[in-house]
Design a protein around this ligand. Structure first.
Ligand SMILES: Cc1ncc(C[n+]2csc(CCOP(=O)(O)OP(=O)(O)O)c2C)c(N)n1
Ligand SMILES: [Mg+2]
Length: 374
């Protein structure tokens, strides 16, 4: 029996009307979206388990509970579009252009093995283990290199699509940003620049209510950050970040607007950070965030929300929805049996590739630091 308000929300029916774009998706599109949600979640919990098991070191920045933003925003992109993910979006590096086939080597996204090699700090990572986590990029796959300077990728993204337009291209760029990064001066400069030049820049705000230990009411004085868009003279959309279809609809609206030459927009996706800022912050976060707030913020798990919609749309039976129950569970409560086997298999292959990739030779440490041709 539901006891708390959070429990009641968990059991509540989803009332969601399909939007202009999601209403055109097929049953297999719905199934694919759900599978991708499982994969993004599995990436998160498996890395936590690998670290606990002692096979992995380094800080983890969880996207648990925020997977619908990554999956829903990537789903409608063309292979030639660009993305600029940051620390909270690690699965995006290998999930870009997934519709071309998860294992397709020509896909315009990194391989899962490359991304795992990056997480494990091995020689097969793009920077040959010189840096960790999201500090990667690939111009060949149209992924802008992530930087730790919050909002610092937006001007780079604006420049990339400006150049593409001058070359006659129609590429759009999705930039991913936490809501905290919007307080940076460069955020305003870059969005204003994109607005003035009508550049196809879709600025996604992952509003997870916290920037490290700072709550949103100390970050900006409005309920919907998307209203800031008015000041730049561009559209500002708000999406339910727990609902992959709503994210897809709002991002596709912004992408269509951008592609047709009308310029940039902001899509604010409302969500909640499930854990600490990184796993080094988990214990502290449990103190600075009231438990009720955390329970409330995690009550609508994106996997559960999608299942409820699929049942309502007749794309899934209640029995099928009970097949793999990863939703509502933390890393310590979940096992491989809670995920579809193809999801476990796919990521396990990537992890084995990384674990079998050697560490770089120590001599490499001094290479490519200075010019060596004079
Ligand atoms: C310019 C800048 N200031 C501070 C930091 C340190 N820092 C890294 S992540 C972070 C919080 C980011 O919060 P938010 O943008 O909301 O993203 P979230 O981690 O919540 O996804 C801070 C303060 C930084 N990397 N860059
Ligand atoms: Mg945040």
């Amino acid at each position: 029996m539901a006891t708390t308000e959070a429990d009641q929300r968990k059991t509540k029916q989803e009332s969601f009307e399909l939007g202009a774009f999601s209403s055109k998706l097929s049953k297999s599109d719905f199934q694919e979206l759900l599978l991708q949600l499982y994969l993004a979640r599995y990436f998160d919990v498996r890395l936590i388990k690998e670290k606990k098991r002692g096979r992995l070191t380094g800080t983890l920045y969880s996207s648990h509970n925020q997977e619908a933003i990554i999956v829903g925003s990537l789903f409608g992109l063309k292979p030639t579009d660009w993305i600029s993910p940051i620390h909270r979006d690690m699965p995006a590096f290998f999930m870009k252009d997934f519709r071309a086939g998860w294992r397709n080597p020509d896909r315009m996204g990194m391989s899962v093995g490359t991304v795992c090699a990056q997480v494990w700090g091995r020689v097969d990572s793009p920077g040959r283990a010189r840096d960790n986590w999201s500090h990667i990029g690939s111009s060949a796959k149209r992924i802008i290199h992530s930087t730790s300077m919050l909002a610092g990728t937006i001007p780079a993204a604006a420049g990339v699509v400006y150049a593409d337009r001058l070359d006659g291209g129609d590429a759009v760029v999705l930039t991913y940003n936490g809501e905290g990064s919007t307080a940076q001066g460069v955020f305003h400069e870059a969005v204003n620049f994109a607005a003035v030049h009508k550049l196809p820049v879709v600025t996604i705000i992952e509003n997870n209510q916290w920037a490290y230990g700072t709550p949103t009411y100390l970050e900006f004085s409005m309920d919907d950050f998307a209203r800031r868009a008015d000041g730049y003279g561009i559209p500002g959309l708000v999406a339910d970040g727990q609902n992959v279809l709503d994210v897809y609809d709002k991002v596709m609206e912004a992408v269509a607007w951008a592609r047709s030459g009308k310029g940039p927009s902001i899509v604010e996706c409302k969500t909640f950070r499930a854990y600490g800022h990184g796993d080094h912050d988990d214990d502290r976060a449990a103190k600075y965030r009231p438990k009720e707030e955390v329970d409330e913020g995690r009550a609508r798990d994106p996997i559960a929300v999608m299942k409820r919609i699929m049942v309502a749309e007749g794309h899934m039976t209640q029995k099928e929805a009970a097949n793999w129950v990863a939703e509502g569970k933390g890393a310590s409560e979940v096992s491989n049996d809670d995920f579809p086997p193809e999801v476990v298999q796919y990521l396990s292959e990537g992890i084995e590739f990384a674990v079998n990739s050697p560490l770089p030779e120590a001599e490499e440490g001094g290479m490519w630091v200075y010019r060596e041709d004079n």
